[in-house]
Design a protein around this ligand. Structure first.
Ligand SMILES: *Cc1c(COP(=O)(O)O)cnc(C)c1O
Length: 394
């Protein structure tokens, strides 16, 4: 099997599994219990918190464990919104191509009377710091802009956006789920007030994430109950997952530069090879993108059919389209960068990691052109285009 869907989730690293196993076997007490078994669990949780904080330049007291990236995004936005209301500020700035954990939470706030301004991301899929500067108003409550896009891999100018928000006194949150472990993050240097992480995107376990909130930014509790996480998130802590997350993040950060060099070389070979398919186009910027991200549109095919046939070849990939998750709408990200509906439906995302090899790339470069040809030959629409009855778009 060739796994090329690392933006969806990653295989857990041996270090993360070992850390979790020893925690589950030996250190299974409740961190809130006063006897030694409980206190040992509490110390272990604190150890995980400190190590994760160190990886992003935060203090350990600024790190709250959550159930993942989605919860961290929800809590960040709802907290910043509440602070805005207290100051009479109800204008929010974000982008059109955020993850749904952000966009759907913003929709909810809109229904509650907030004004949400989604900045356009242009054809290459980014926003500039000056776009953000121009959008900030007296009544802007907060800015939330992702660090790197999960579909097309573009990397946003987060330190510059952070600087502008800090100058103008506006809270800045970034969804860094795709960046963590792949790009250097330093919340202090980059002027980030709040940041979301998810362990399963960097070879840690699913179901755990972190919300970083700068000291002095009060969080709204989404889950009421006990006083865990200093009253910011109730529920008995998942100590073993926290340890798995810490081990995975430390390992990813320790090997970041060498992994990025190796993986981006594989990525560029894939991009060069797939570009040779006629009537195809790379989505996103050729240079400014995550080391492992490849995203193409192929005219005249359905992304879902391509995925199913790739699966028959033992290749795991994803389509920009959300059809697989039960919706027939094409990807909001591809529409945001200006792809027409018909083209957005025929997309393919391959996301690589340090475990992928040259042989994986060769196999993908053999399979994709064959499958695209096969699907095009079955398509009446494709025949119309070839005979000149309909125009080619790409
Ligand atoms: C995966 C992802 C999330 C959601 O994280 P979960 O831990 O799966 O809830 C949020 N934002 C981005 C950019 C992601 O890629």
């Amino acid at each position: 099997m060739i796994y090329a869907d690392n933006a969806a989730t990653t295989r857990m690293s041996a270090a993360a599994i070992d850390a979790m196993r020893s925690c589950m076997e030996e250190n299974w007490g409740n961190p809130s219990s006063l006897y030694r078994l409980g206190q040992s669990a509490s110390e272990t949780l604190q150890n995980a918190r400190e190590r994760i904080a160190a990886c992003i330049g935060a203090a350990s007291g600024e790190v709250v464990f959550t159930s993942g990236g989605s919860e961290a995004d929800n809590q960040a936005i709802l907290s910043a919104a509440r602070l805005g209301v207290q100051k009479g500020k109800k204008h929010i700035i974000s982008t059109a191509f955020e993850h749904h954990a952000i966009l759907h939470t913003l929709k909810r706030l809109e229904a509650e009377g907030f004004e949400v301004e989604l900045l356009p991301v242009g054809n290459s899929g980014t926003v500039s710091a000056s776009q953000v500067a121009e959008a900030i108003r007296q009544d802007t409550a907060f800015v939330t802009i992702m660090y790197a896009n999960n579909e097309i891999g573009s990397i946003l100018p987060i330190p510059q956006i952070g600087e502008i928000c800090r100058e103008r006194g506006v809270i800045f949150h970034t969804d860094a789920v795709q960046a963590a472990g792949h790009l250097p993050i330093d919340v202090k240097e980059q002027n980030i007030d709040m940041l979301s992480l998810s362990a399963h995107k960097f070879h840690g376990p699913k179901g755990i994430g972190v919300l970083y909130a700068r000291q002095g930014i009060p969080l709204t509790n989404l889950i009421e109950g006990g006083a865990q996480e200093r009253g910011r998130r109730a529920g008995t802590e998942n100590v073993s997952a926290a340890m798995g997350m810490a081990a995975a993040l430390e390992e990813s950060c320790a090997h970041m530069a060498e992994n990025a060099a190796r993986v981006s070389a594989l990525r560029d070979r894939l991009i060069a090879g797939l570009s040779r398919i006629s009537h195809s186009a790379l989505n996103g910027d050729p240079v400014n993108r995550l080391p492992g991200n490849v995203n193409f549109c192929f005219e005249g095919i359905e992304g879902e059919s391509l995925l199913l046939l790739l699966d028959d070849h033992g290749i795991c990939a994803s389509s920009g389209s959300a059809c697989t998750s039960g919706s027939l709408d094409p990807s909001h990200v591809l529409l945001a960068i200006g792809r027409p509906h018909e083209i957005a439906h025929g997309s393919l995302r391959l996301s690589l990691c340090g475990e992928n090899t040259e042989a994986d790339v060769d196999a993908i470069l053999k399979a994709v052109p064959e499958i695209v040809d096969y699907l095009r030959n079955m398509s009446p629409l494709w025949k119309d285009k070839c005979s000149g009855k309909k125009e080619f778009i790409l």
